[in-house]
Design a protein around this ligand. Structure first.
Ligand code: FAD
Length: 349
């Protein structure tokens, strides 16, 4: 039953929203409602990769990712313009058996429920009156709050309060196949992004990312990419979603918070956002529990700096001559170093 008033209403039951809800409960704020648009288990457009650091983050909340079927796909290859440049024994990216996030998100959802979190499914936000601290859920359920947390993704309801609109587009197609197990990362297909083909246990997940420019026909580009690989697959179930570029305001006024993609906590270069979603959700919760908005603001500043360097790295890397050097000289003569960077540097993300 939805009450008329809550201490905190959280919009979205993704990693950010649930991390926020669990942390609030653990810090004595138990009057919490999570409103989620869909019914769980729900599909989320995501390649489903997590690093060891993300594994540790989930473990802090009490979730064992191994139990959700997460493991390494060992064979990891880097391609540039369809030519194999580097083979890496993968020790930094884990993924689920189905190469998606369904089981992980559902396990986290159940953990939140076990922690006493009230989650209302099929309950999208349809209206918001910040001056009255009131949110409208579903058809016409009016709920008052002391605090609200938008954890509803890059272009959810909360994005109306944010100025930053730059974004990456990410598309993916998941299908049954007999492609050998492995993760292939392709550069040189899109201008400022990469493509992936990961296969495991008869499932293949093919994806493509690029910095979004409205005028481009990305579907056509995706089709052309898979056709170049010799994959003849119906693209009617091709999903796409945006990820944010740039950290947004983590809090507006004293009681409107943002977490996860809604606050831009997704790496603009690699597109990994799950770990930052968990941490930002936790920081929003601590800010609420301790009535101290500086906690989430400090975290946002730290992320801003980190993403500034990632953007710089990205801009440099996508200069054509730099990429040429990386793949034709770096991979050829310093292959061991490339492997080291992937397994050590990226593992820290
Ligand atoms: C194709 C693709 C591949 C990716 N691959 C990876 C990867 O491999 N590893 C990684 O770490 N990150 C990856 N990311 C990024 C990652 O998915 C996000 O950073 C992460 O999901 C952010 O978590 P979140 O909780 O902020 O948002 P989400 O996981 O998007 O959760 C938001 C929730 O809010 C709900 N919602 C939305 N609108 C409303 C509304 N109006 N009312 C109520 N509820 C609402 C949604 O249903 C959803 O459940 C990928 C993203 C894309 C698009």
């Amino acid at each position: 039953m939805i009450k008329k008033h809550y201490n905190t209403v959280i919009i979205g039951a993704g990693p950010a929203g649930l991390a926020c809800a669990i942390t609030l409960m653990q810090n004595g704020v138990r009057d919490v409602l999570v409103a989620e648009k869909y019914k769980f288990p729900r599909n989320k457009c995501c390649a489903g990769y997590i690093t060891q650091k993300t594994v540790k983050e989930y473990a802090r909340f009490g979730l064992d990712t191994e139990e959700c079927g997460y493991s390494y796909i060992e064979d990891f290859k880097l391609f540039f313009k369809h030519k194999l440049r580097q083979r890496i024994k993968n020790r930094f990216l884990l993924t689920s058996r189905e190469i998606n996030r369904v089981s992980l998100d559902y396990a986290f959802f159940r953990l939140a429920v076990d922690n006493g979190v009230q989650i209302e499914e099929n309950m999208p936000v349809t209206g918001h009156f910040p001056e009255k601290n009131t949110v409208i859920l579903g058809k016409n359920v009016s709920v008052e709050y002391d605090n609200i947390v938008f954890a509803d993704g890059t272009f959810g309801f909360g994005s109306a309060y944010q100025k930053t609109k730059r974004r990456n587009l990410a598309m993916q197609l998941v299908f049954k196949s007999d492609i050998r197990d492995g993760i292939d990362i392709h550069f040189g297909v899109t201008k400022r992004g990469y493509c992936w083909v990961s296969s495991q246990n008869g499932v293949t997940n093919v994806g493509m990312t690029d910095e979004y420019r409205g005028s481009k026909d990305y579907k056509k580009q995706f089709k052309s990419f898979i056709s170049d690989l010799g994959i003849s697959q119906n693209t009617s179930s091709l999903y796409s979603a945006f990820t944010p570029i740039g950290v947004r305001k983590p809090v507006i006024g004293s009681n409107m918070y943002f977490a996860g993609d809604a606050m831009g906590a997704c790496d603009p270069f690699t597109l990994s956002g799950v770990r930052n979603a968990l941490i930002s959700g936790e920081k929003a919760a601590l800010s609420i529990a301790r009535s101290d908005t500086r906690i989430i603001k400090r975290y946002a500043r730290k992320l801003k700096l980190k993403f500034f360097f990632m953007r710089l790295l990205m801009k440099t890397f996508y200069v054509p001559c730099v990429r040429w050097l990386v793949f034709n000289v770096g991979c050829r003569f310093l292959g061991g170093m490339v492997t080291f960077v992937f397994n050590r540097f990226l593992n820290k993300k």
